[in-house]
Design a protein around this ligand. Structure first.
Ligand SMILES: [Zn+2]
Length: 213
């Protein structure tokens, strides 16, 4: 079956995927779909000036992953500032797709995105929102929700609310873990969504294509 991986850090992925490029070690050959941005964990590794140069050189069609993380060393204020500046950079460089990393800061993310000039598609990777938050993302943005290893933790609000996610916006991902393979993530998602695997594969393929165009 035609599995798509919406978010991977593995350059050698066997699937059509979106590769998150390590900015301090850009591979000499990049896959068709890749994203470049400053992750909130690594704010001190790459400056905005360096990111701008990297973007001009490699011309990614997707900016990310960028966002906010409550488990970061950097202060929330600093994270917000760098996130906002990356949104401006995406607009300036005419990049119309974004991959957002968000751990524990839904309200701040919504506020910053609403106030920013960015108006393209947004993939919320490792999505963890509840129904209210999804409703807000749906109302304000052209949103996609990428799900991965979190699907195996049935105590999470994501799993408890999974049937409220729009099927035409769901993506699936391996991210940086190797414990669960992509086909296991698809099977788990199909089980939780209570739809046949084949039907889910078709939806995710369409959604992946809708995101990357
Ligand atoms: Zn990632």
């Amino acid at each position: 079956m035609n599995y798509k991986d919406a978010h991977t850090h593995n350059l050698k992925s066997a699937h059509e995927s979106i590769y998150i490029v390590p900015l301090d070690n850009v591979p000499s050959s990049l896959p068709t779909h890749f994203a470049m941005g400053i992750h909130p964990w690594y704010l001190d590794k790459t400056s905005l000036e360096q990111l701008e140069q990297i973007i001009q050189k490699y011309k990614p069609s997707i900016l990310g992953e960028c966002g906010l993380d409550k488990h970061c060393d950097a202060s929330l204020e600093e994270q917000k500032l760098i996130f906002e500046k990356q949104l401006n950079l995406a607009t300036e460089q005419q990049i119309n797709k974004l991959v957002v990393h968000n751990v524990g800061h839904h309200n701040e993310i919504i506020k910053i995105l609403k106030e920013s000039s960015f108006s393209g598609k947004i993939m919320f990777h490792d999505y963890s929102g509840n129904q209210d938050q999804t409703e807000q993302y749906e109302k304000h943005f052209d949103s996609f929700y990428s799900l991965g290893a979190r699907l195996f933790n049935t105590q999470t609000k994501l799993v408890q609310n999974i049937e409220t996610l729009p099927l035409d916006k769901i993506l699936l991902e391996t991210d940086d873990q190797t414990h669960y393979k992509l086909d296991e993530i698809y099977s788990q998602a199909a089980k939780l969504l209570k739809i046949p695997l084949r039907e889910l594969v078709e939806h995710v393929e369409q959604n992946f294509n809708a995101f990357i165009v």
